[in-house]
Design a protein around this ligand. Sequence first.
Ligand SMILES: [Zn+2]
Length: 234
Amino acid sequence: MEALFAVQDEDVVKGQLEHRRANLPERTAVIAVEAERAATMTQVQALELERLDYARRQHRYEGEVTAVEVRIIELNEKLYSGGITSPKEAASLQDEINHLLKRQDDLEGQVLEIMETLEPVDARLKELAEVAEQQDMAILEARESLKVAEAGIVDKLAESAKRRTEAVASVGSDLLARYERNRPTFGSSAVVGFSGSDCSGCPSSMPAVEADRVRCLPAGTLADCNECGRLVAR
Ligand SMILES: [Zn+2]
């Protein structure tokens, strides 16, 4: 009978250990740092998109600057090649060159503006990269702590399982089957003691007739309590 109580004790220990394993604060910590890391990644992606947009515009303006520069060189060559004889044509060419120089200036101003806008974006990206690196380290540490905590519980579960197996060896298969049948309903109090006048599993006192019935059974008998339904160890 003691062995059956020992089996029940180990089942209780197992339940507690599994509950602890499922609710480890170390697991919550891992989830928290992973969420922080994901939030950093979201920020980085948004900034990189913004950065890409600016970079494309910068590239386009720089291309236009190059085209304007080439055109200005061509016009200057034409103007000073000696082929232009009409002052009106020369003045018109000069106008066009002036216009292009102004355009070049505008474009270069825009490129500069983009570069200035990108400065804080790049600085923030650099900061976020450092944050991400720290968070990666924090994740590794948190995962390691979780692993250690889980391993500790797995060891305890194995010890408990070993003790249970030893106890089961001393319990008759019929008793064990009855205990297992009661366990889903009564959990940690599937089998209870008998005080001599009361089933310790009954919420209120055992009726006198039922108490007498159990008392009259030989010691070591496992009775079904008619009152609460638990197994009572006489
Ligand atoms: Zn009872």
